[in-house]
Design a binder for this molecule. Structure first.
Ligand code: AMP
Length: 208
């Protein structure tokens, strides 16, 4: 099974990708997580990505495709879920060409539909466990009470100014991908509003 989770920042891609990866036994490939790990390790890719990420901008396509390709190859070109990649038309074209080389370009794109107002609310209340990568919402999915405050991260790109920039970038560079995927008959739309389990059930039902 090859899946791509598509949607604006804050649509719940990371949360649903984790659930789907566990349920279907897929490698969870999040380019955002890969960059955050690279920044932590201080690698050249991490150093290059950091300034773009902090500003809410997209990391250049060549860097992203390189890191995504490594992840897909490690997963054996099969049994993976891409979370946050591709995010531009050139990235999608690169992915199609990369997978087609191995006759592996039959993937399904799950598009999570969520209104912009809800996205801003979700992102500004989002917190992440620095150690495990677990994602929380301060109201709807609160972190455990005994979790030390210093372990909880309010991502620098989840601050109001960066959120606005990320949404503008999404509209300009990523939203046009919907038409691209539709044209290739890959796009499956799922309502991304509701309880986490409820959205997960919708995706499973859609996948059949
Ligand atoms: P995410 O965790 O998916 O929200 O990604 C966090 C940040 O990493 C994004 O705002 C971008 O700066 C960068 N990033 C992750 N994936 C991509 C991608 N496919 N293309 C460009 N930049 C990306």
């Amino acid at each position: 099974m090859r899946l791509v989770l598509f949607g604006p920042p804050g649509a719940g891609k990371g949360t649903q990708a984790k659930y789907l990866a566990t349920h279907y036994g897929l490698a969870h490939l999040s380019t955002g997580d890969m960059f955050r790990a690279a920044i932590k390790e201080g690698t050249p890719v991490g150093k290059e990505a950091k300034s773009f990420m902090d500003a809410g901008k997209l990391v250049p396509d060549t860097v992203v495709c390189g890191i995504a390709g490594e992840g897909i190859e490690k997963a054996g070109l099969d049994q993976f879920i891409l979370d946050g990649f591709p995010r531009t038309i050139p990235q999608a074209e690169w992915l199609d060409a990369f997978l087609a080389e191995s006759q592996a370009d039959n993937y399904v794109v799950i598009s999570l539909k969520v209104d912009t107002e809800l996205i801003v609310e979700r992102l500004s209340n989002r917190r992440m466990n620095k150690i495990t990568g677990e994602i929380y919402h301060l109201t709807y999915n609160p972190p455990p009470i005994d979790l030390p405050a210093e372990v909880l991260l309010h991502r620098s790109d989840d601050q109001p100014e960066a959120i606005r920039e990320r949404l503008a970038v999404y509209e300009a560079d990523t939203a046009p991908l919907e038409a691209y995927f539709k044209g290739k008959n890959r796009l499956k739309e799922v309502n991304g509003v509701g309880e986490i389990e409820e959205i997960f059930d919708r995706i499973k039902a859609m996948l059949g």
